[in-house]
Design a protein around this ligand. Structure first.
Ligand code: SF4
Length: 327
């Protein structure tokens, strides 16, 4: 049986604002399987980044984790004390945030930033040890360590900066790395190159990964498992082959039909018609109801729950009964 490194249970995250409360993540259950690459896919505002922040207990203000638990190796990280929390972040789980390349300090050399980051987590580390480790990691992500360590961020390309951030995330030997939109803003060839490197890190260093992306097409090469988020909810989870061959939830199907690829004619691609629901209103019916071509009466009276379509395939849709048979 698969072993999970993270288990999210009944997680809800809210952002109280002056005009109401944004329900960013609603009662989500989600597992990150140990030793695998899991992708969490969804359009902007679907809640995937908020959920990842919650997995590190770093939801930005005014956000609050309203309810739920996040189990790491069986312990709820939301109950960690300060010391446990510091150890958990970076040493157990690290994260490369969205547009992370822009997070590099423009007036500091890369080596100064690496030393500062490592010492912030363990002041006892010697600079010589940090530089040796950083050099090995930069070499591992196919960068010239000497050149990169003595560079300022503006002297590196976007793809090089992203690889520096991946090396940063590995500095303290985490077991799980979360990468938020790791290839956004990079050209297609660099995207492919970054995924090659992530697969190498995963396979050769044995690191579990969670990739967050709005582009379901880009994760096909790397992911073992895909979860799809819509309007703060996980609506489908399955093995990557099953998801590409037999996606079941109407939103996932539409997402697949909208994703451009190198082999399909762009004229055959269809946008998803309609708007995402207002997140100020906590959903009590299927969140995809207004945009769904298959909507039925039950969909506006009963909220579908994420349940087994097959043993390793979960779907939150009234179209799919428990035996995985389309009604
Ligand atoms: Fe469409 Fe109903 Fe399924 Fe929602 S539950 S996705 S409205 S068929």
């Amino acid at each position: 049986m698969a072993e999970n490194i993270i288990e999210v249970r009944n997680l809800s995250v809210e952002f109280p604002l002056s005009n109401g409360t944004v329900h960013a993540v609603n009662n989500v259950d989600f597992d990150v399987e140990k030793g695998k690459i899991t992708a969490l896919v969804g359009e902007s505002g679907s809640g995937k980044s908020t959920m990842a922040m919650a997995m590190l207990n770093v939801v930005s203000s005014p956000g609050i984790i309203k309810e739920g638990s996040i189990y790491y190796k069986g312990q709820d990280i939301l109950k960690y004390d300060k010391t446990e929390s510091i150890k958990y972040k970076w040493k157990e789980v690290s994260m490369v945030f969205q547009a992370a390349q822009n997070a590099l300090n423009p007036v500091m050399l890369i080596k100064e930033q690496i030393i500062e980051t490592a010492k912030a987590h363990d002041a006892r580390l010697k600079e010589s040890h940090i530089i040796k480790k950083a050099s090995e990691l930069l070499d591992f992500v196919r960068l010239d360590p000497k050149r990169v360590l003595d560079s300022y961020p503006h002297e590196l390309s976007g793809g090089m900066k992203q690889r520096v951030m991946i090396a940063f995330s590995l500095l303290l030997d985490p077991k799980l790395v979360i990468l938020d939109e790791p290839t956004t803003a990079l050209d297609v060839i660099t995207q492919d190159y970054i995924f090659d490197i992530l697969i190498k890190v995963h396979k050769e260093m044995g690191i579990t990964m969670l990739l967050l992306t709005h582009d379901i097409g880009v994760v096909a090469k790397a992911a073992d498992k895909i979860g799809v988020m819509y309007a703060g909810e996980v609506v489908e989870v399955g093995d990557v082959y099953k998801m590409f061959k037999e996606a079941t939830h109407p939103y996932t199907v539409n997402l697949m039909n909208a994703a451009p690829s190198l082999i399909d004619d762009l004229k055959d691609k269809k946008p998803i018609i309609g708007l995402t629901p207002n997140l100020l209103i906590k959903p009590t019916i299927c969140s995809f109801y207004e945009r769904c071509d298959n909507a039925m009466d039950i969909c506006k009276s009963k909220k579908p729950e994420l349940s087994n379509a097959e043993s390793d395939h979960l779907v939150a849709c009234h179209l799919c009964n428990k035996a995985g048979v389309m009604k």
